[in-house]
Design a protein around this ligand. Structure first.
Ligand code: C5P
Length: 202
């Protein structure tokens, strides 16, 4: 039987940590759907056509996720993510992952609204742009990346605007989503809130 937890929200709100923790707590598989768009963005930076790259994407392209977690690839991902044809090519992969036996957590921008509208649990994880930019800045600096706070905040705002403003599957909370604002929450409290929502649906 499939059991799907859909977790949406903007960059650096805590979705990744929450998704991994929920998956571990309930023994569910986890797919970070941002990696699909990042893999396509990476290909485009290397000169490929976005739609052809999305059509040709396989699970193997997601095997080296750390290489895809750069600011440059994130921006490229959000640029290809506005294209309906790119999104359409990535749909089947996500839906079949969600349908696997034993259940799954998928995190992204449109999981509760477009990819898995029937998900048993929908969460929308958010935080203020300033808080998210500070978290991302600390993360990138720890990896040795030479970025400024102002640049990271500008990047976060640019990506938010593109993700929320696009016509194809814009980032928006599903009507029935449980809202978790992590601006003033530590990660343990956010994970606990997410686990409570999942437990209530079991
Ligand atoms: O979540 P992450 O920051 O890795 O996502 C990178 C980009 O991929 C996002 O800014 C967004 O444009 C796009 N994306 C999307 N739909 C998803 C997941 C990611 O449009 N379900």
């Amino acid at each position: 039987m499939s059991f799907t937890v859909a977790i949406d929200g903007p960059a650096a709100a805590g979705k990744g940590t929450i998704s991994r923790s929920v998956a571990a707590e309930f023994g569910l598989a986890h797919l970070d759907t941002g990696l699909l768009y990042r893999a396509v963005g990476r290909r485009v930076l290397d000169g490929a056509d976005a739609i052809a790259a999305a059509e040709a994407l396989t699970a193997q392209d997601l095997e080296n996720p750390e290489a895809l977690r750069t600011a440059e690839v994130a921006q490229a991902a959000s640029r290809v993510a506005v294209m309906p044809e790119v999104r359409a090519h990535l749909l089947a992969f996500q839906r079949s992952f969600a349908a696997r036996d034993g259940g799954a957590v998928l995190d992204g921008r449109d999981i509760g609204t477009v990819i898995c509208p029937e998900a048993e649990v929908k969460l929308f994880v958010t935080a203020s742009a300033e808080v998210r930019a500070e978290r991302r800045y600390l993360e990138l600096s720890a990896k040795g990346s030479d970025v400024s706070r102002a640049q990271v905040l500008a990047d976060v705002r640019e990506r938010d605007a593109r993700d929320a403003g696009r016509e194809a599957a814009p980032m928006v909370a599903a009507e029935t989503a449980v809202l978790i604002d992590t601006s003033e929450m530590d990660i343990a409290a956010a994970v606990a809130a997410a686990c409570d929502a999942v437990r209530a649906a079991l």
